[in-house]
Design a protein around this ligand. Structure first.
Ligand code: ZN
Length: 399
């Protein structure tokens, strides 16, 4: 029987690798950055730009946010997140677990799941592996994430071990429940999508990824990896990084964990990070990334450039006629000056965060393109080192 997604490695250089993920909706070259579409939209960036200029092949949707608003019944009635939002390429949905632990109030964790109060209106809600699978089936994303518990970055060994055991039990329940949704949700019913899946030799169903936890404890990371792989998933993610731990702890976990993950399945690092973090993770063999930084920083005037991060509010840009990034080929850099963008920002014009977010996404996606080319050429280390050196040159302090 065909699989829900197809993953093939195309080149490798040390641990770094390039590949192609085929889903029923798009062909994704890896390493890939997935813009975050929390509420069914990538903040400030129209789908037309994401498709035509930025050429993002996959975006992320947040189960927790969409579950609370507009609610899963609305999205189900409107035919899933693709139809509702009009995004036709791939979507990866997270399980909602991470947001429950980072945003919701009055959490009560039990074996069954987690009870919490909505951060929007205080109403009582409940999420479990089964409910998360049901919501993600209704959202109709291409890649579904198992429901996990994410302990804080500085969690001790005992607390992490307890959390990991629960995450493994939830992973098993996620998979069992997921398999039921794949039989009952009327998959393959949409003719166009079925034809596309057939053409790609895919089965038209969703794919399910498992999540490796273990905070900063390498022995627990190994155990989590082993037990998650034993359950068996279409891809594997490293969760619980960039949640308050030191950078060297994160890099240590990546170096320890990523190369041991199954070689023939996509490897996804969740919620990380800066361009530097992405390049380091690629050198350990990670294939997929998502992070709110490009759009979140864009909204506060922060721009990622090939010469480091800058903040457009800085007075040194008042009369600067140059582009945000002299090496960027995006339409914002091709047209607007730093002085103009700074003026828009200071005047409170909505165009400022929109334009800077657009450039930031272009920078992330172009960096992934350059990384793929370097891996293919067999010169990833040289590429990474010269890229990182330039980033540090002109970085504004405190942005
Ligand atoms: Zn640009």
């Amino acid at each position: 029987m065909h699989a829900p997604i197809d993953f093939k490695l195309t080149a490798s250089d040390g641990e770094a690798r390039t590949g192609i993920i085929k889903t029923r909706r798009s062909i994704i070259e890896t390493p890939v950055f997935m813009p975050v579409g929390t509420q069914g939209t990538v903040k400030g960036v129209r789908f037309e730009w994401l498709e035509d200029e930025l050429d993002a092949r996959i975006i992320l949707g947040n189960t927790y946010h969409l579950f609370l608003r507009p609610g899963v019944d609305v999205i189900r009635k409107l035919g899933g997140l693709h139809k509702f939002s009009s995004w036709t390429r791939s979507i990866l949905t997270d399980s909602g677990g991470y947001q429950v632990f980072s945003l919701a109030q009055m959490r009560k964790l039990t074996e069954d799941g987690v009870e919490f109060r909505s951060h929007i209106d205080g109403s009582k809600c409940f999420l479990s592996p089964e409910i998360s699978m049901d919501i993600q089936a209704a959202l109709d994303s291409e890649i579904v994430m198992a429901f996990d518990e994410c302990p804080p970055g500085d969690a001790g060994h005992d607390a992490t071990r307890k959390s990991l055991d629960l995450t493994v039990r939830w992973a098993r329940r996620s998979k069992e429940s997921f398999e039921k949704t794949q039989q009952s949700e009327g998959f393959n019913s949409e003719t166009g999508r079925k034809n596309q899946a057939d053409a790609l030799a895919l089965n038209g169903r969703q794919a399910l990824f498992g999540i490796i936890q273990g905070a900063g404890h390498l022995d627990l990371r190994s155990e989590s990896l082993e037990r998650t792989v034993e359950i068996g998933f279409d891809g594997y993610a490293i969760g619980g990084l960039s949640v308050g731990e030191e950078k060297n702890v994160m890099y240590g976990v990546l170096e320890h964990t990523a190369p041991k993950m199954p070689k023939d399945k996509p490897r996804y690092l969740m919620g990380v990070g800066t361009p530097e973090d992405l390049l380091e993770a690629i050198s350990q063999g990670v294939d997929m990334f998502d992070c709110v930084l490009p759009t979140r920083n864009g909204r506060t005037g922060g721009a990622f450039t090939s010469l480091g991060k800058i903040n457009i509010r800085n007075a040194r840009f008042i009369e600067d006629a140059g582009p945000l990034d002299p090496e960027c080929s995006c339409s914002v850099c091709g047209r607007y000056s730093r002085a103009y963008l700074r003026h828009l920002y200071q005047a409170g014009e909505m165009a400022a965060p929109i334009l800077i977010s657009h450039h930031n996404l272009a920078f992330y996606l172009n960096t992934m393109r350059a990384a793929r080319e370097a891996i293919t050429r067999g010169s990833y280390d040289e590429f990474k080192n010269s890229f990182l050196e330039k980033l540090r040159e002109n970085q504004d302090s405190g942005v």
